[in-house]
Design a binder for this molecule. Structure first.
Ligand SMILES: [Zn+2]
Length: 422
């Protein structure tokens, strides 16, 4: 069969899953919060057998769209079933009471890892179930952390920090699996209203949001989350063991490319250094990395704001920092930290001894999720890049957590960033 024919067979017939005649008796039920995985039921968002699907959307987060392109081009077999031999995690996250509380975790499937252990019967019967969580190991080679080793701030122990200055960790990738009733409850809005707005604001991407109220779970096409654990992952669940944690929202320009307009990469690398140090001292470290670029407004909006900040009358100043974002984007921040603690609850975190963050939204969300926070740490002054002073001082003046001084209106005007053409 040539490529053209393949394309024809794929697109010749479209079954709309929004019709009520698409409700099948073979579809496994989902009872969110149920502790027995078989009774809770697997999340089936694979496309191969539509009569087994019990969720809206598809696996792989934002990559679901690339998979569709790959299938369209003829490269990817549409009915592929994953061969999962040897894919089991290098560590199995231990169940904690949060897993069995329908309201504590609403954006992750706690049974999403090691599905062969949770759903052996259904897998044997041929159900195409796919994991939404995977766990592996890594050695991180990070120049700032290696510099800390050279400076004697972090020691080589051969376990957490290796001879070459790399840091060993366990990492957990988590795809979004949204239980809509639980999310609506946490946002304090009606489930129907949430479903309608999600449908409308994505240009009508998932009609089932409005036509299939029986389907309660959505796998949205958004970025995933990765947790990096330093030390013994079991220790995350023991509140007696010191935990150093940073919950970090993606900033590609700084995190990866080292742009100096913000403090994101210094915050991240300092967090990794301190997480590793805590692990060496008998504690455990945790960095959770969320794909919420540019306060979840995206890079295009973010770059527009940078330009507007630097071109405004009087130049880029701490005084107008938040105002400029709101003018361009409509809000100062679209990250909704309300759901961030789900990852912490999935990992069984009960107490954070050292929280690396100056964000009150993050702190408030963590505490509201029932997790105790002992110390809050803002970034040391010497790690703040010159052009990022504007962001830092604006945040402090807006009430973000700091151990340092807070500038008044006049002083804020004097905190100026670099000009656009410099
Ligand atoms: Zn940044």
């Amino acid at each position: 069969m040539n490529l053209k024919d393949k394309k024809f067979t794929r697109t010749s017939h479209v079954a709309l899953t929004s019709h009520s005649n698409q409700i099948f008796k073979d579809t496994p039920k989902i009872v969110w919060g149920e502790s027995d995985p078989e009774k809770r039921g697997p999340i089936i968002a694979t496309i191969s057998e539509k009569e087994n699907r019990n969720a809206i959307g598809s696996h792989s987060g934002s990559y679901t769209v690339y998979r569709a392109l790959s299938i369209a081009s003829g490269d990817f077999p549409k009915d592929h079933k994953p061969e999962l031999d040897n894919t089991q995690g290098t560590y199995a996250v231990k169940p904690s009471p949060s897993w069995f509380d329908a309201e504590k975790i609403v954006t992750i499937d706690p049974f999403g890892a090691d599905i062969n252990l949770h759903f052996p019967k259904l897998l044997k019967e041929g159900y195409n179930i796919k994991p939404s969580i995977a766990v592996t190991q890594a050695h991180l080679h990070i120049p700032e952390v290696q510099a800390a080793v050279k400076a004697g701030k972090l020691k080589v122990d051969g376990k957490v920090v290796k001879e070459d200055g790399s840091v060993k960790c366990t990492k957990v990738a988590l795809e979004p699996v949204w239980n809509l009733p639980g999310m609506a409850k946490r946002l304090n809005i009606d489930e129907g209203e949430l479903r309608k707005i999600l449908f409308q604001e994505t240009g009508g991407m998932f009609p089932e949001l409005v036509t299939r109220p029986d389907l309660k779970v959505l796998l949205p096409p958004i970025g995933s989350t990765t947790a990096y654990i330093f030390g013994n992952p079991d220790d995350l669940q023991n509140p007696e063991i010191e935990l150093t944690c940073r919950v970090h929202d993606e900033c590609n320009g700084s995190d990866v490319f080292g742009s100096d307009i913000c403090t994101c990469r210094p915050y991240l690398t300092w967090g990794i250094e301190d997480a590793a140090r805590t692990a060496q001292n008998g504690g455990v470290g945790l960095i959770v990395y969320f794909r919420k670029e540019g306060r979840a407004l995206g890079e295009v909006t973010k770059f527009l704001v940078y330009n507007a900040r630097k071109r405004q009358e009087g130049g880029d100043s701490a005084k107008t920092y938040f105002h400029r974002t709101e003018c361009v984007a409509g809000v100062q921040d679209a990250r909704f930290q309300e759901f961030m603690p789900d990852t912490l609850n999935y990992l069984g975190v009960k107490k954070i001894h050292n929280l690396h963050s100056m964000s009150n939204m993050k702190y408030d969300a963590i505490v509201a999720a029932g997790i105790e926070v002992v110390n809050r740490l803002s970034i040391p002054d010497e790690l703040i890049p010159a052009d990022a002073q504007v962001e830092m001082e604006a945040k402090k003046a807006a009430g973000y957590f700091t151990e340092g001084n807070i500038k008044d209106e006049e002083e804020l005007k004097k905190v100026q960033g670099r000009d656009l053409d410099e």
